[in-house]
Design a protein around this ligand. Sequence first.
Ligand SMILES: [Fe+2]
Length: 285
Amino acid sequence: MIRKRLINIISVALFVISIAGYLIWQNNAIQLSYFNYADSALPEPFHGFKVVQVSDLHNKDFGHQLINKVTDERPDIIVVTGDVIDRNRTDVPTAIKAMEKMVEIAPVYFVSGNHEVTSGEFEVLQSEMAKIGVVDLDNSHENLEINGSEIGLIGMEDPLLLLYDDIERVGSSERLLQSNIEKLVEESGADFTLLLSHRAELMEIYSETSVNMVLTGHAHGGQIRIPFVNGVYAPSQGFLPEYTSGLYQKNSTTMIVSRGLGNSIFPLRINNRPELVILTLEANQ
Ligand SMILES: [Fe+2]
């Protein structure tokens, strides 16, 4: 009887330990997701150009793990697609500590997410990012050049930053976002444009523009991923969200959604490890 009880206790303990171990691994072991994207509009000198996307860090401190993984990829650029801080536990120094190491690896480009905008510390973050050399691409662009050929890197600010007067003038926030993107594409003048934007749910808008590729996040992979169902819940998309992870294509625009690295209010990821997206561009000749 005592022996049976002891076996039961040990079995329950082992079960609890394995569940805890699984959850720790699921929430802390970064997974690398590789994408190759070929486009005839990409200039030949950019063939093999490598972009590492860091999204939705939410103030999580991965220590050496994150930096080592990014370093190992030897990226040409690093792009940070919003929510580097979390509005519920805003910690600018932790975010800056990670970014400081990133800028030593490659040029870093940043666009805002909803958490920056509502944190109350967005200006502090912007100023600290500028000091360490992170390029703020909110509503602006920068052309990258190799051997005389250029591609346009375009950044969309989080829609929460849109001004009411501008929305009224154009008619809707969707139309304003679309016209902002098109304006930046025009200013860039490049044949190939890569858009950085926090919001995955705006695929319809991106696909109405002439951008070739968009890197987004915000959906956290749907937080809990169920095989054949995919993500369970994503902010701004609700239950059974459409855009949570991987590649999506509409019209002449392709979007990659990063599952991101950190968590916000809901503290757990299940079947949804923190993710770094590694995108390699290919000139499709
Ligand atoms: Fe977000």
